[in-house]
Ligand binder design. Sequence first.
Ligand SMILES: C[S@@+](CC[C@H](N)C(=O)[O-])C[C@H]1O[C@@H](n2cnc3c(N)ncnc32)[C@H](O)[C@@H]1O
Ligand SMILES: [Zn+2]
Length: 389
Amino acid sequence: MSETKESFQEIIEGDTKLLVPKKSLTEKVPPIKPAFFNPKAKTNRDFSIIAYAAFLKKFEGPKIFLESLSGVGARGLRVANELEIEEMKINDLNPTALEIAKKSSILNNLNNIKFSEKEACVFLNEHSRKGNRGSIVDIDPFGSPAAFFDCGVRATMHGGILSTAATDLQVLNGLFQGACKRKYGGTPIRVEYGNEMAIRLILGCLRSVAARLGVTMIPMFVESEMHYYRTYTRILNRTDQEENIGYVLHCKNCGHRKTVVEQQQECDLCKSKNSIAGPLWIGKIFDKEFVKNMIEESSKLKIQKSCEKTIHKCLEETEMPGFYFTLDEIAKKIKTSPPKLEKIISNLKENGFTSSVTSFNPTGFRTNANINEIIKIFNSTSETHTNTV
Ligand SMILES: C[S@@+](CC[C@H](N)C(=O)[O-])C[C@H]1O[C@@H](n2cnc3c(N)ncnc32)[C@H](O)[C@@H]1O
Ligand SMILES: [Zn+2]
């Protein structure tokens, strides 16, 4: 290793010993050199461990993990050490990152990991032939993962999981609409539920790549935090017949939103001009059984408790409509203070609507009620609140 020993430090994440650059633990933005490691991404690695555990429990084929952009190998090493896997391949362009990953594998007595120092697409294309593909393929680059979608889909076996991470949040949240259209093939708009829109833009792009390659991709689990969006999709070697790509129409005048397959210029409720985002994924973003399996597996794993809480929220929202509302958004509209989330959800249900929390936002809720119906419920909730105070 060209770097001095003093540059690295041993830490434990989950149940795995990891050698990481010392500076990555002290600097605000983890440096790319000598190798990249982001301690704050522990939460998303915990979610990965849970999602892969849920997948591996049910998957009957060969258990092969391909980590195409590994950094110091934090994710792959944790998978090899904390889960039951038959073959693990760790790839990165940075030789120093790989050397550190190798040393960490020795610290954990993991002796059958294969290391590879290739460009990610070259690595993935080496695994694109039938019989040579991965059952779990991870794509975790700096910025947008879209450039790796083709080779990632090709390298995932029938029934396998392709996981992707995006950190180009400003692009996906609508700050650079042109860049998003170029990279993901869909246009975002700036809305309260921007993180869900971003995830659906990523899924929309993945779906169009999968469809072009003649395979189906089914979202199993998605996760968003301050710094990244992650998707977990199952790849099936058969043509996708479902109509899961469309648009979200958002009326900035009254706040009404709906998903459609064909664009519509006028708001259904107030007849103002809609803002239109897409094309994007309008189908389900969680698979109920998969999420249930994640809950079951999480109790057996060394992960932070907050992940379990989030997954329980995901379970509640699996069958709910897309594009959530927030308490603040409605309260601001009708100039009142936001009521309690549980109260609004129970009032919506009592009035015959469906409603749930959402993992995307602590004050978010999903419902099939439209904005006018929600406002009515808010008004009646704050009246009861005032009468009882
Ligand atoms: C965000 S980091 C990966 C973090 C890691 N997966 C984790 O969970 O800690 C991105 C990594 O991709 C590597 N990289 C960037 N472009 C690459 C490419 N085209 N092919 C292979 N590796 C690449 C970088 O060296 C860096 O280590
Ligand atoms: Zn409207």
